[in-house]
Design a protein around this ligand. Structure first.
Ligand SMILES: [Zn+2]
Length: 369
């Protein structure tokens, strides 16, 4: 192309073309939504020319982990709604950690897509289907195994959403009610994602002292279902888990080298963040928010160790001890880890330092997002 063919030319920058090739000096031009890399010495002109000397010119970034499902719908202000694109993020993936805007606040994926289409956006948005959201809509907030009929209904809801355009299945296995699901339930749902050739994206069941066992579970779900696996915001939090990534990251690399489709993302910062409610043990959430508030209003239970069920509290570390870094989250009880088929609980492949008690504690905080 020559003459004023383009709407925009970006000149003088170092080009990262998105293929992984080394940076090189090249000009790019845009016309009618198509980006063209201009040959060296091109005489092309454009209505607008941007001097990118001293800068890198790159395609938009995909942010694989956001919770911006509703940000533009909730009228939080243009500046914040545009924050991602101002950082170069042209695609956001939401619906992470088992939590999507549908089926719940929005009836289904189609309603979600319609709501966003009506608003307009500065970038693209793709959503996973949140396992916790689906479970809440079918099973409710009960701390129990789903019945076969409920599981079939969850699979149907997921199948419909994936068919309509959702990009995968996400789980958040520290959050109620997702945390109430066993491995078999997740495998059945991930199998639905696999049929659509879409991934299983997981916030692991534990990101602290049991992170390696939690990764084991995720790998088993991916293998048994055939879905690609993506580990969300991978980290090892809490002093007992520090250094655990020296084992988990090589493990992910070995799995990839062996041909497994597995990836992970990480925070671009060293802190973690999550909802305050996630600091409470799973039993506290049993039955939903109203019952949670009721339990918190009961001084005996709210003090931490007067749990309503035998499985919920046999540990007894104090919040101050764990705040100092002893570092266990609520260990998943065997009833959760065991599969429907009665497989035995998973044990960590590597022996990370573990807390002095392996029984579930109701007093240790956990960190996650
Ligand atoms: Zn998360």
């Amino acid at each position: 192309m020559t003459g004023r063919d383009f709407e925009l030319i970006v000149r003088g920058g170092l080009l990262a073309d998105g293929t992984g090739a080394p940076l090189r000096r090249a000009d790019v031009a845009v016309a009618e939504g198509v980006v063209t890399i201009l040959p060296a010495g091109s005489a092309a002109t454009a209505a607008r020319v941007l001097d990118a000397t001293g800068h890198v010119v790159a395609p938009g970034f995909v942010d694989a982990h956001t919770h911006s499902d509703l940000t533009t719908l909730d009228g939080i202000g243009e500046a914040q709604a545009h924050a991602a694109v101002l950082q170069g993020v042209t695609v956001e993936i939401c619906g992470n950690c088992g939590d999507s805007a549908f089926p719940g606040r929005l009836r289904d994926f189609a309603a979600f897509a319609r709501a966003h289409a009506a608003q307009g956006r500065a970038n693209h948005l793709a959503s996973l289907v949140g396992h916790g959201t689906v479970r809440a809509s079918v099973v409710g907030h009960q701390d129990r195994v789903a019945t076969d009929a409920e599981l079939a209904e969850m699979c149907r809801v997921l199948d419909e959403a994936l068919e309509a355009g959702a990009v995968g299945l996400s789980s958040g296995l520290i959050y109620a009610p997702g945390s109430y699901a066993d491995t078999a339930e997740l495998t059945a749902l991930a199998s639905v994602a696999a049929r659509h050739r879409k991934p299983y994206v997981t916030h692991l069941r534990d990101e602290m002292s049991q992170v390696e066992a939690a990764l084991d579970e995720a790998v088993r779900i991916a293998r048994d279902s055939g879905a690609a696996l993506h580990v969300s915001h991978h980290k090892t939090a809490g002093r007992y888990a520090w250094g655990g990534t020296l084992r988990t990251l090589p493990r992910l690399n070995r799995l990839r080298a062996a041909g497994m489709d597995v990836t992970c993302d990480v925070y671009p910062y060293t802190a973690g963040s999550t909802a305050l409610a996630a600091m409470l043990p799973p039993w506290a959430h049993d039955g939903g928010r109203e019952l949670l508030l009721k339990r918190l209003g009961d001084p005996r239970r709210a003090s931490g160790c007067a749990s309503p069920s035998p499985r919920a509290c046999r540990g007894g570390r104090t919040p101050s001890a764990t705040a100092a870094g002893t570092g266990s989250r609520w260990p998943a009880p065997p009833t959760i880890w065991a599969s429907r088929a009665g497989a035995s609980p998973t044990s960590p492949p590597n022996t990370a330092p573990t807390p002095s008690t392996s029984s579930p504690s109701c007093c240790s905080p956990r960190t996650a997002t």
